[in-house]
Design a protein around this ligand. Structure first.
Ligand code: NDP
Length: 329
């Protein structure tokens, strides 16, 4: 079976030479033991967390961490029939075996018309991140103004649309004019390209002269330091990600955000989506319903071929993706 291995820990921005494509032998299911299922990856996810987590959770030579939508191709476990689709945490593997733990069957109600890859994006972990981050961390209320960065990505695009469903005004920013046009198309009230504005401060002020009640931060760093000054009193900041810092070899020494935190009595809370694992079904059901009703639109950036996993991962970190970055095997 083909697998992608972390050959060398990333230094700064990941390079294709940091990865190695290998072939490994899989045990035969007929030999018994705990391995009851043989799966083939159909869609694999490339996500920002792989960059910081590779250092924390992996050694050089380990198979890259990650999730996929996979098809069961052999089964000795009655809970999983051959042909069924699951979301698995199998890592960057084209084929793999499983004991069935940690596999999540796609709901039987999954509509034929919907790509199964959405289970890795809008109706999966990134969608849930938007859902719980907005509801539980931002605690958005109708009539409020919500700011989100990396807004045309997997999480950000759902954040903006859920905030609209929740009756908020939504401001988003992204790194290309094409992405900005997409944000306007899917209902963002204001959107701008953070790479081409002359002043981020002015662009944020123009988009919402009264400031922001909620800030869903996917980026961190300089952007967050500027945005925090434009929060309204009692505003809430959901610290979801810090993608502008993941590839730094030397930690950034940005401005310190404490002053507005005090005088505006802000609340800033970091979170990881798995905190709400016990409410996963609720979140997925709501997201699936909104997608089916057309209230949440989705876009996927699909790279073809398992051999292109590193390129897809690096491309996503560079911002080449509009919507969720996916690899189709
Ligand atoms: P995206 O689909 O948004 O892809 C990443 C995007 O980040 C790129 O497309 C790029 O868009 C943007 N980006 C890259 N570098 C920079 C930079 N230096 N400054 C600003 N933007 C940058 O990824 P996800 O939606 O999967 O993840 C978004 C964020 O959410 C990440 O920080 C991730 O770690 C976090 N996250 C957190 C979770 C949690 O549980 N806390 C769960 C899932 C994700 P652009 O063209 O706009 O620059």
């Amino acid at each position: 079976a083909k697998v992608w291995v972390l050959k060398k820990h990333f230094e700064g921005f990941p390079k294709t030479s940091d990865f190695d494509l290998k072939k490994i032998e899989l045990p035969n299911l007929k030999d018994g033991g705990k391995w009851k299922l043989l799966l083939e990856s159909v869609f694999l996810s490339v996500d920002p967390y792989m960059r910081p987590y590779s250092r924390r959770d992996m050694k050089e030579g380990d198979i890259m961490i990650g999730t996929q939508v996979a098809r069961i191709i052999e089964s000795k476990n009655s809970a999983f029939t051959v042909g069924a689709f699951v979301v698995a945490r199998g890592g960057w593997r084209a084929h793999f075996i499983s004991d069935g733990k940690d596999l999540q069957l796609l709901p039987s109600s999954w509509p034929e018309s919907l790509p199964k890859s959405l289970a890795l994006g809008t109706v999966g972990m990134p969608g849930l991140t938007a859902y719980f981050g907005l509801l539980e961390v931002c605690r958005m209320k109708p009539g409020e103004t919500v700011l989100v960065n990396a807004a045309a990505g997997a999480v950000g695009s759902v954040v903006g649309q859920l905030a609209k469903i929740g009756g908020c005004k939504v401001v988003g920013c992204a790194g290309s004019d094409e992405k900005v046009a997409y944000l306007k198309k899917i209902g963002f009230d204001e959107a701008f390209n953070y790479k081409t504005v002359t002043s981020l401060d002015e662009a944020l002020r123009k988009a919402s002269p009264d400031g922001y009640d909620c800030f869903f931060d996917n980026v961190g760093g300089e952007f967050a330091s500027i945005a925090v000054n434009q929060m309204k009193k009692y505003g809430r900041i959901a610290v979801c990600g810090a993608i502008s810092q993941y590839n730094d070899s030397v930690p950034q020494k940005g401005s310190y955000v404490q002053v507005p935190m005090i005088f505006k009595e802000l609340r800033m809370e970091g979170f990881i989506v798995t905190r709400w694992n016990n409410r996963r079904e609720e979140g997925l059901k709501a997201l699936l319903k909104w997608v089916m009703e057309g209230k949440v639109k989705y876009h996927e950036h699909v790279t073809e071929g398992f051999e292109n996993m590193p390129a897809a991962f690096i491309g996503m970190l560079k911002g080449e993706n509009l919507g969720k970055a996916i690899v189709k095997v």
